[in-house]
Design a protein around this ligand. Sequence first.
Ligand code: NAD
Ligand code: UGA
Length: 458
Amino acid sequence: MTNFAKNILCIGAGYVGGPTMAMIAHKCPQYKVTVVDINHEKIAQWNSDRLPVYEPGLDEIVRAARGRNLFFETDVERCVREASIIFVAVNTPTKAYGAGAGMAADLQYWEKTARQIREAADSPKIVIEKCTIPVKTALAMEKILSSAYGSVRFDVISNPEFLAEGTAMRDLEFPDRVLVGSRETGQGLKARREVVDIYANWVPRERIIESSIWSSELSKLVANAFLAQRISSINAVSALCEKTDADVREVARAIGLDSRLGSRFLNASVGFGGSCFKKDILNLVYLCRSYGLSEVADYWEGVVKINEYQKERFVLTMLSAMFNTLAGKRIALFGFAFKADTGDTRDTPALCIAKSLVEERAEVVVTDPKALENARADLAGVERVAYEIDPYKAARGCDAIAVMTEWKLYAELDYERIYASMAKPAFIFDGRNILDHERLFEIGFNVFSIGKTPMAHA
Ligand code: NAD
Ligand code: UGA
């Protein structure tokens, strides 16, 4: 049997646990890395040729490390006993019940994990918060862990994950920064160093930053809030552009070249989606309210409100452009994933748009290169929705196309061919501003994009 320098465990084999541990195993062949999950089906998929998560570059790394120093398992108790360093990457969704419903983080999964660790551990463990949680959660984790009858020592570390889906492997290999927070006691600092040492195998030391545990926990929520705030800011401006003949892409370019602002995350869109932005901001809002900071809470809540407004606005634009009725009209949704290069559809704007269109009695055809299976599950029971992998077939006979996801392939389609196959007048609503609008107008489409005066034929 190989003797590994460290025995690392991750509880939770989702979008974060799987790719993050695959990267550690890839970069550190001297460590044994195990990922455990209560979902047996998911673990079977991780052990198969069809991984449960689609990320460019992930398959290759998993294939090379699996069975060598990367293992996917279901026996949580045994895995906890064997590991000395335990990452916790379980889900922390928005609470759907009781106090704080619709706002607070639902901490039942991580709390259960803390109890599982406490019950199974018979030697010291470093327990790492990888999931996104409210600031001060480590305190609760420490209390649960230290209420064991035995004398096992636990050190809780905060090491939030900043990867974005679709670019997860690149983000993990070349992170802007890795953040490790701990208690600032002798023992806390020692545990912090152990975690820093793992990343130091491939991340330049100056990119590994250390802080108090509370700053680390809070930084994760604040990072997501700032990113989402930029999108809501440019989306708010897009509404004004549409009223004033300005072009939001030109405005974004002009402000983004100011080095104090930077050019990234200024793409106006149909709205941000994904499992985290909305949930993490609502969590931040709830925290602020619970500390009596209502003005601060209102400020951040505005980011989510603008996002909802942007999605509603998109459907209203479609409705008014198409002569105030969508009943019986066929509309192809180009893309269902919440962003390109992922099959993830959690909180995707496409879901909300699809449902609104169906409420208007439209016939919806969904196409997406990676997310059709999830789209089917998300829209189960919703009538008047069809699914088609081929965008050309999806658009055939349609009155309109609405681009929901910025998949590169949608910018490269033959729109003359598509136009010829559609009902007339034909409309395109580009919810991601990825198409060549002038060219589409020349072909004959009525073109509606985000933050730009519509181009409609008389
Ligand atoms: P996910 O739902 O994809 O995966 C979570 C996994 O944890 C599930 O497979 C679930 O079965 C498992 N799990 C739950 N309770 C368990 C238990 N007691 N024992 C073993 N396994 C258990 O979630 P995710 O997207 O990977 O997110 C995990 C955390 O990371 C969240 O807090 C999220 O906010 C944060 N995060 C996510 C991303 C992202 O891009 N998805 C990025 C950064 C941070
Ligand atoms: C986001 C953050 O970028 C990660 O740093 C963070 O770790 C992660 O949340 C998390 O905590 O889960 P992710 O949601 O995977 O990552 O993807 P993003 O690239 O941030 O995109 C989020 C949404 O915003 C997508 O719907 C995307 O299309 C949209 N977006 C992004 C815009 O509408 N405009 C932009 O300019 C950028």
